[in-house]
Design a protein around this ligand. Structure first.
Ligand SMILES: [Zn+2]
Length: 247
């Protein structure tokens, strides 16, 4: 069994057995990997604080053929994001991102764009970026990477520009104008298109800040989460802890 290594972000850990931890990693080389860190709960163990959720680490592990779990032999901390999670809203947003990555990313499949996305958002939180803005930014890119971001500019059927409002289709794969909409349940306003265009062109934190009101970000949240829930076929467990509307 050769020793493998990869850079990774720890998505979550939980205790198993008396002294071990099960670790879900999002690795740069192979996407989502699950492994057992033996002895990780012993006092003064070799993993130190490197297994905290959202730590960026270099991980060393052994992989056995046809086994889902790898054996993690060591983890070196590269960058800690422990302090940003003292803010409860940030901690909730990050566990939501972790759940989406774990649920939707096929395991053992490299995804550079998604890896860079999560790192840029972790740094955005470190620089005290707005939690709602960064959460919508993550969702927008997450939907884009998975090919689920609908065309918000034109009606899916008649291709007329959606100047005012459109309606998400029941299958959440497109937006329709008032005349073509098969169902008028989930309205999508022009702020969703503006946000999509902005997020595509800009890093998550810009010096000028983002030109979106709390209400606009709330409309973007509704549209994004409608599509996420459709594809996940359930509400993400962490979604209900996110702050929903304006305070
Ligand atoms: Zn139409």
């Amino acid at each position: 069994m050769p020793l493998e290594q990869s850079e990774a972000v720890i998505l979550r850990t939980y205790p198993i057995g008396e002294q071990d931890k099960l670790v879900v990693l999002f690795s740069q080389d192979k996407g989502v990997i699950k492994g057992v860190a033996k002895g990780a709960r012993k006092f003064g163990n070799r993993f130190g604080s490197s297994l905290e959720p959202m730590s960026r680490v270099r991980t060393f592990y052994y992989e056995k053929e046809r086994q889902e779990l790898v054996t993690i032999s060591n983890c070196d901390l590269i960058e800690s994001f422990f302090d940003v999670q003292k803010d409860l809203d940030v901690a909730c947003a990050l566990s939501y991102f972790a759940e989406l990555i774990e649920e939707f990313s096929p395991s053992r499949s490299r995804d550079d764009l998604l890896y860079r996305l999560i790192l840029s958002l972790l740094r955005g939180f470190k620089e005290k970026g707005d939690v709602r803005l960064l959460s919508r930014y993550f969702e927008s890119w997450f939907l884009r990477i998975n090919g689920w971001l609908p065309e918000f500019k034109r009606c899916q059927r008649c291709h007329k520009p959606l100047a005012e409002a459109g309606w998400l289709s029941p299958k959440r794969d497109g937006v329709y104008c008032g005349a073509c909409a098969p169902e008028k349940r989930d309205a999508v306003g022009p702020e969703v298109l503006s946000f999509t265009v902005w997020a595509k062109k800009n890093p998550p934190l810009t010096e000028a800040g983002a030109p979106f009101s709390v209400e606009a970000l709330e409309a973007v949240r509704r549209a994004h989460q409608c599509i996420i829930v459709f594809h996940l076929e359930k509400e993400p467990r962490t979604m209900r802890f996110l702050k929903k509307g304006p305070d």
